[in-house]
Each structure stands twice: as C-alpha cells, then as structure tokens.
Design a protein around this ligand. Structure first.
Ligand SMILES: [Zn+2]
Length: 474
C-alpha cells in the first residue's frame, strides 16, 4: 500500500514518472490494438473542460462546427502531391468492407483537408459565400510506430479548423488569428507558457505554404508542439478546383487554412505542471476544483458542515466534490486527490469543527493553512485564482530560465542535451538546419520574430536572417 503511493521521482527518470502518473492517477491506458488509447474518466473530464473552453474561443472567431466522414477515398489524398507524400507512411487504409474487396481503398482520415475542400468546391460559388469558417471535433488516425499515451497514439482526438477566403492575405490573417487563439488558450486556460513562431520549410505541414506553432517546454527540458496553424495558400484550392465568382465577375481560386489542437495537450498539462506527487491541474480545467474530505466516519456534525461548505462553494460556481469513501483511510483519500492534481483540498475533523475552522491544502505548494469555517468559501475562491496565476507564472519562469542564447555550434552541441530552448542565429538554409540536428536529436522548433542574436549563422557563418529556437522535442 505504502509503495503504491510512491511515484518515480522526475529527476530520477522522467519518462517513468510520466508513465507512473498516467497509470496511478487513472488517466489512460493502452488499448488492445497497439497504439490505441483508452481515456479514463478523470482525464476525459479534464478534456471536456479543455474542449468546452477551446470550442468557445473558436466560435468567438465566427467559425461553425460541422462533421465530416471518417473514411476518405484514397484518390482524394492523391490530389495534393505534397499532402499525400507527407501522410503516406502514417495512413491506415481500408481495403475490404462487407466481406468484399473495395473498388477503391478508403483511408481512415489522418486529417480532413481533402474531404472538406472537396465540399468547399461544392458549397462556394460566389464571393458572398466567403469566408467559410468551419471546425470539427473528431478522431483521426496516424499510424504510430512508437506510441506514447497522449503524446503519440495511432488514434487521437482533436479539433481541426478549415477555412476558405477570397484572398491569400485573408487566409494569412486567419492563420495568425488562430495561432493567437491557441496561444491564449494555452497561457490562460492551461497555464502553460508557450513560444509561438513559424516552422521551417522542413517542418511544415504537408501541403501548407506556411505553418505556425505553439511550443511548450516540459519539466524535463524537452519541447512539445501543442498546436499548429497552417496557411494552405492556393494549394488545396487548385487540387480541388475551389473557385468563386468575384464581385468584379472574375473566377478566382480561394485561399484556405487549417489549424488543429489535440488530446496531446493533456500530455502537456501533465508534463508542464506535474511534480513528484502527481498532477497539478490548473483550476480552469480541473474536474473537481476543490475536494472536501471529512476525516472520520459517523461524525454527523462534521458531515453536515462539509455538505454545507460544498453547497456554498457550488453556489459560488466552484466545482466542489465531497469524498466520503470511508472504506479508505483519510491519508489514502488525500494522497489520491493530490495525485490527481485537484487544486485545493478542504479537510475537516471533529476537533477542527470544535475549534471553528477547517484546513485548506493547496496542491501547487502543498501548503496547509487553517481557515475559519465562515471564511472557507471565500478563501477557496481566492486560492483558485492564485493557483491559476501561480502555475502560469511558474511555467513562464521555467521557460525563460531554460531559454539560452548560444553563439556557436560547438556550444549548442555541448549544452542541448541538458534540455531547454536554444536561441540562435540561422541563415535559413536547410543544410544548416540538418547540421543542427545531426548527433543532437534536436530540431528547430520555431522561427521567432526577434532580431538575430548574432550577425552570422551558427552553422556556416553565412549572414543570419532569422532567430530560431532549437530544442529536443517529443
Ligand atoms: Zn547557415
């Protein structure tokens, strides 16, 4: 029992810590088919809060939700050359159905550009139909050879936005607007400090003109791509012949975008905030923001007071839960909610009740403090706000303390294994990008809009045009 409560410390073995947390906090399990994932109720409830918040932000930009089919004719993917080349190695293909070989194989969607753009061609006739702004919540399948729960699974859940615009400039503005929606969600809701920037040509989405990304830094110093937004230019419009009649009566190609964020963000929350005692959930996405734990069974006055406090908290809009699982010891119940990352716990026993106070425990610092019973609701509300802000501040500080400027390739190679973002000057050539990756396992995570830290590319000394952040990544 005692052993069960112990997680592998992060500093000892971070990947093992991650696996321990995912299992012990009952977040997810591997499905019977390799690469698939079972999302358990606690993680699913976190996802529902994330989804609701993200959905609200997406709709605020004017996009509407719709749903498109899981199966896509193989020929659709082949219409955009770069798209099919990029996705081919990851495709799951259905060749049989209803006991017969299919005339044309069907692809289980790895993403839905092709099917949605096929319908854009049908739905968009005139400039009055533009912009067309759609989003879908769905599962997608990308065959994964080295699966890792939440981070890389063959099937995962996400939202994918797809929009069509009259001009390239409008598509670019939409791409950047959605990048900002993602950044704000990650900072404000997930409380994770992220870096935003553009992907290099080598890291671009297959079929995109420009790809932008939000990258978080996990507590082992590795980067995680948490959401991407793509300007697809006229590539898909050309492939699917999406034309509209302009106000001047000319036939023009639309410009399209796509943008996505997935259940991978659950992995980000675990790895950006978690500590040696388990998850630490930002209150904005915590299924229970506060759990009230009566110390012992059969104490009627204690039970009544706990129910009263829970009712007060709920009336204030706080997600409060009472844990009366008396078949478990008090300590066991406490550890359980700590492991699951509940932001605040309220503990109450007969002695405390007699003294007119309860004990508040905050998950971020694990500090305990006595609070008068009539002040519990107010104190909890205050703590929840403080925790949301505090986790974000901690994440920003971690990111900034682990972002280093390096002046030459040698220094980069020596230090990159220690984790963190490495800011360096780059000339923009793919050969130099490859050199950075060789032997380091690192990659350019984002081209950021900052003046280069030096006049010359750290690899070949050519004039530096861009500032990049490079890191080892998931
Ligand atoms: Zn260079």
């Amino acid at each position: 029992m005692a052993n069960e409560a112990v997680l592998t410390p992060q500093g000892e073995d971070f990947p093992q810590w991650y696996q321990d947390v995912v299992a012990r906090a009952e977040l997810a399990e591997n499905g019977p088919a390799r690469g698939t994932m079972v999302i358990r109720p606690w993680a699913w409830a976190i996802w529902e809060h994330m989804q609701a918040d993200m959905d609200r932000r997406i709709k605020a930009t004017g996009a509407q939700n719709a749903y498109f089919p899981l199966f896509i004719p193989m020929s659709f993917l082949e219409k955009e050359r770069e798209h099919v080349e990029g996705f081919s190695p990851e495709l799951a293909v259905v060749t049989h159905g209803g006991g017969e070989q299919l005339a044309e194989p069907l692809v289980v969607r790895p993403t839905s550009e092709t099917v949605i753009n096929h319908l854009f061609a049908k739905w968009i006739q005139s400039y009055r139909d533009l912009p067309m702004l759609l989003n879908q919540w769905a599962n997608v399948v990308r065959w994964e050879l080295r699966p890792r729960l939440f981070l890389r699974t063959t099937e995962f859940l996400w939202q994918e936005g797809h929009t069509a615009h009259a001009t390239y400039e409008e598509a670019q503005a939409e791409t950047l607007q959605m990048l900002e929606v993602y950044r704000a969600f990650m900072e404000e809701t997930l409380a994770i400090g992220v870096v935003v920037g553009e992907k290099s040509a080598a890291e671009r989405f297959a079929g995109a003109d420009r790809t932008y990304t939000c990258e978080g830094l996990m507590r082992d110093g590795k980067a995680l791509q948490m959401g991407t937004s793509h300007n697809l230019g006229h590539n898909f419009a050309r492939a699917f012949d999406i034309q509209y009649l302009s106000a001047e009566g000319r036939r023009e190609l639309v410009a399209t975008t796509s943008w996505g964020s997935s259940t991978r963000m659950l992995g980000a929350v675990i790895m950006a905030h978690g500590d040696d005692h388990g998850l630490r959930l930002p209150p904005a996405i915590a299924p229970h923001q506060v759990v009230l734990i009566p110390l012992a069974e059969g104490e009627v006055a204690v039970a009544r007071m706990v129910d009263k406090l829970a009712a007060e908290l709920r009336a204030d809009g706080v997600r409060a839960h009472v844990d009366s699982r008396f078949h478990l010891s008090f300590g066991r119940r406490s550890v359980d909610w700590e492991l699951k990352g509940v932001p605040v716990r309220v503990e109450l026993g007969p002695r405390e009740l007699g003294a007119g106070r309860a004990t508040l425990v905050r998950r971020d610092t694990r500090a305990k403090s006595p609070v008068p019973l009539d002040g519990v609701a107010r104190a909890v509300r205050g703590l929840l706000e403080e925790l949301q802000r505090g986790l974000h501040a901690e994440s920003l500080a971690y990111r900034d303390e682990h972002t280093y400027t390096v002046a030459d390739l040698e220094e980069f190679r020596e230090r990159v294994g220690g984790g963190g973002f490495f800011r360096l000057a780059w000339c923009g050539k793919e050969a130099c990008e490859q050199t950075l990756s060789e032997g380091t396992g690192a990659s350019i995570r984002a081209i950021v809009s900052e003046p280069p830290p030096g006049p010359a590319c750290v690899v070949d000394g050519a004039p530096a045009a861009q500032t990049v952040l490079a890191a080892r990544a998931y």
